[in-house]
Design a protein around this ligand. Structure first.
Ligand code: ASP
Length: 439
């Protein structure tokens, strides 16, 4: 048994947090590869080291004196080193960083130092080998992650390395310069390392005990999701549930490696298991609810639409031409409705409408803005009768008008469109009917 363990910024924000992480790693000798983030916030209005690095680099780039800003960052690390009683000195590293900032090495280089330095401390603290991700994780000349090259080189190195710390968030370009993933990208590194090391489990340690059935800003104390499939997770994250970087599932999913989301501050909690497939039935028929506000519906009406071959293609072509992606497209006999993101659509609205008029000569086009989409997701729905019925009666009892319904034949999710102003109320009604009262 081998595991990769990734720790998020809040799990490594201070010496106290480092000690918890050290205890977690030492308590299980299969936790052989460690992927740290940069130190995150110690308290709610604290600043993440990654943000301090971006700001410091901006000053350097503008030709300003950035010594105070860099000193503030060095102090954050020194506090951790001292708190752990280590004798490690980062003085030489900070000299190099200063020189590189003056030479304008780029904001990716700047941001990557957060994980780089934190991993050095972690390696020293654990007595593990330190592997610089710039030498083992690669991007191609277009800045796209190069999975093949990485897999070859990183796999070989990990085969020879019993225990190692590999910084999250960055790798290198073909010219050797540092490149980062998008924000939160240490999750992606963890997944890449898990794949390369052929581990049995990727543990992703954060500050919550896994995924929740619904957003805690809307539902008081929502229940946890104990097991979720990759497909369900894709649906929920797309609709706004966060915890894990979206791209983190791809490398491990291909290899069939499960991810376990765990809480550094409550290591006794089992967290959420993310798996390819499972026979574990979700406790409540539905696995989760997520949603987003800010959609517009464009309703197009034309007599005899159903007999015109290519009508739908021409309609979607108008959106494509203006670079607008569509979310859903429910249809009737003589009507077709396209749901798009309001912020993408608004500035191109008139151009799209005129394209539609030219392309399909509709009898009527009607727009409705300020709509929200809610996804009710669950592998358990397939085997259960009446899920849709329960959702809609719950919404009706809450006096919520449903604007759109879309259920794919996979029966994995039901998408519901409501007014933005009904969004929270609708989520609450659905949560209550499945979880609170458990009908
Ligand atoms: N430190 C980086 C960020 O704040 C990457 C990460 O934490 O995953 O986005």
């Amino acid at each position: 048994m081998k595991k990769v363990v990734k720790f998020g910024g809040s799990s490594l924000a201070s010496a106290e947090q480092f000690k918890k992480v050290g205890d977690i790693i030492r308590s299980d000798e299969t936790r052989r590869y460690v992927v740290p983030s940069a130190p995150g916030k110690r308290f709610s209005d604290d600043i993440k080291v990654t943000d301090m690095l971006y700001a410091c680099y901006d000053e350097a780039k503008a030709g300003k004196d950035f010594s105070d800003a860099l000193k503030g960052i060095a102090d954050r690390y020194q506090e951790i080193i001292d708190g752990l009683g280590l004798s490690l000195s980062l003085e030489g590293e900070f000299k190099t960083i200063e020189e590189q900032f003056k030479a304008q090495a780029g904001s990716d280089y700047a941001a990557s130092r957060g994980e780089y330095l934190n991993s050095m401390i972690m390696a020293e603290y654990l007595g593990y080998e330190f592997l610089d991700s710039a030498k083992y994780i690669f991007f191609d000349e277009n800045g796209v992650f190069d999975g093949d090259k990485t897999q070859k080189i990183l796999s070989k190195k990990l085969e020879e390395t019993e225990r190692a710390v590999i910084p999250g968030f960055y790798g290198s370009m073909p010219d050797g310069s540092v490149k980062t993933f998008s924000r939160g990208g240490s999750d992606v590194t963890g997944s890449i390392v898990a794949k390369a090391a052929h581990v049995d489990l990727y543990e992703n340690w954060t500050d919550v005990s896994g995924f929740l059935i619904a957003d805690p800003r809307i539902i008081d104390n929502p229940k946890n999701i104990t097991t979720i499939t990759y497909r369900e997770l894709r649906e929920l994250s797309y609709m706004g549930a966060t915890v894990l970087h979206e791209d983190a599932i791809f490398p491990v999913r291909k290899e069939g490696i499960p991810i376990n989301i765990r809480n550094t501050n409550r290591p006794e909690d089992p967290g959420t298991m993310i798996v390819e497939t499972t026979c574990v039935r979700p406790e409540y028929t539905i696995t989760g609810i997520a949603g987003r506000k800010g959609f517009v519906s464009i309703n197009i009406e034309k007599d005899m639409m159903n007999s015109q071959i290519g009508f739908g293609r021409k309609v979607l072509g108008c959106f494509e031409k203006h670079g607008i992606s569509f979310e859903h497209m429910p249809s009737g006999i003589d009507t077709l409705t396209v749901f798009v993101h309001q912020d993408e659509f608004e500035s191109k609205e008139q151009a799209v409408l005129s394209s539609l008029r030219h392309a399909v000569h509709p009898d009527m086009i009607e727009l409705e803005s300020d709509l929200a989409l809610i996804a009710v997701v669950g592998r358990g729905m397939k085997a259960t009768r009446g899920t849709a019925g329960r959702i809609f009666s719950a919404l009706a009892h809450a006096y919520i008008n449903v604007k759109m319904i879309d259920q794919g034949s996979s029966e994995l999710n039901i998408i519901i469109g409501v007014k933005n102003s009904d969004f929270e109320k609708a989520i609450k009604a659905i949560y209550d009917i499945f979880v609170t009262v458990q009908l």
